[in-house]
Design a protein. Structure first.
Length: 181
């Protein structure tokens, strides 16, 4: 079986699966790059990382015309960090691929830094953590695939939890992309 069709352990254990495509493995280099971008606030890295992600999306889903959205932050985390790293990446991807970027989701509650949690704690803390924004009329989008953008795929829980309210709202096809996995 080729690497593209392998199913990872996290996906095997999930109750439902999403197709995720990442640009790179979460190596020491990728970890350092994400750390500079996300935690040191080097927003200039959004452009090259987002361009690589856009190329990856184009390679993996050549014919798809997505509505692009991103993993939302709570207002507390946004204030602390000063920007939403996933949103900036989504905007670069949307610009590169000429696809609309629309905020579709909101985070229901502050759960603290996921990076400091183990696998089980991540999964438990993210259950029902996201909902569809009230002002979004999903009826206009349910016939188009949605691409959810995030920076890192760890257990896949964040992306699966983001997909749940979209699926409940009627979105039939959801894919995800991250920089590192």
């Amino acid at each position: 079986m080729d690497r593209q069709s392998e199913i990872c352990l996290d996906c095997e254990q999930a109750s439902h699966r999403l197709i995720n495509r990442s640009v790179v493995e979460y190596s020491a280099f990728a970890k350092q790059l994400i750390w500079l971008y996300k935690f040191r606030g080097d927003q200039s890295l959004a452009e090259p990382i987002g361009r690589m992600m856009a190329e990856n999306v184009q390679i993996n889903w050549q014919k798809k015309s997505f509505i692009i959205t991103y993993v939302p932050l709570t207002s507390e985390r946004l204030l602390e960090r000063g920007f939403n790293q996933a949103q900036l990446l989504a905007e670069v991807i949307g610009s590169q691929l000429r696809m609309p970027v629309i905020p579709l989701l909101k985070r229901e509650h502050f759960i603290g830094a996921q990076s400091q949690k183990g696998r089980v704690e991540r999964i438990q803390s993210l259950t029902n953590a996201f909902s569809v924004l009230e002002e979004v009329s999903l009826m206009l989008w349910v016939d188009r695939p949605v691409l959810i953008v995030d920076d890192i795929y760890t257990t896949g829980t964040t992306l699966r939890e983001c997909a749940k309210p979209l699926q409940i709202a009627g979105v039939e096809e959801i894919c995800t992309t991250t920089f590192a996995r």
